[in-house]
Design a protein around this ligand. Sequence first.
Ligand code: ATP
Length: 223
Amino acid sequence: MRIALFGGTFDPPHRGHVALARLARERLSLDRILVAPVAVQPLKHETPPAGFDDRVAMTRLAFAGEPGVEISLLDAPRADGRSNYTIDTLTALRQQLNSADALFCILGADSFLTIGNWHRPADVLIACDFIVGARPGFDLSNIKVALPKSISAKPFVSDIPGVQLFKLARDGYASTLYLLTDLAEHVSATEIRAVLQGQAAAGRVLNPQVAKYIREHHLYVHL
Ligand code: ATP
């Protein structure tokens, strides 16, 4: 069985998240993808605008009918209130699998480039194989700068179209990094929240009939 963890804030989940999961499943022949909204993301200092239960509900809707995808509560709020660290989630997940199962972690380029700031980054990088999707505005041409010094990265020839391969290693332990170089989803949860806030603000100052007229005549959508 080939199983991947796809964690994220999903605040809200959008087309880019689904496209990344789908491409990862197709290119790496994944059997199961566990999409896990995270309760407390250690690197995002502010509390997610939407609560955990709402983000789980939206994530279920966004991925409904997506082959191989299950929504997972592995990164639900912890009883001790601590942040949800990826190394803990991967370790817990590994314990539930058979020794023959292959474990992957799916990330977008922006998240992967911050990996040096994660909790125990070198341990994370050899805990499983990594599938990293390209994202407009984030440069994957020199991944070595993002890696902790104790991790070596050697490119090797890929027989999968649209996938670049690296062997990551430390102290005799190794993992594989798969870069999905042709993903190009121009969408961001931060921008979506800004648009929705703008619509709510407009709703408070417009006469409802004017708002209805604007919607029905598709005014201002191409500004
Ligand atoms: P924001 O857009 O505000 O930065 P986000 O969508 O990146 O938010 P998360 O919900 O935590 O934040 O993202 C979950 C994962 O999906 C992360 O690994 C992120 O890199 C990846 N991801 C999100 N959007 C895209 C995208 N447009 N292309 C590729 N990967 C993406």
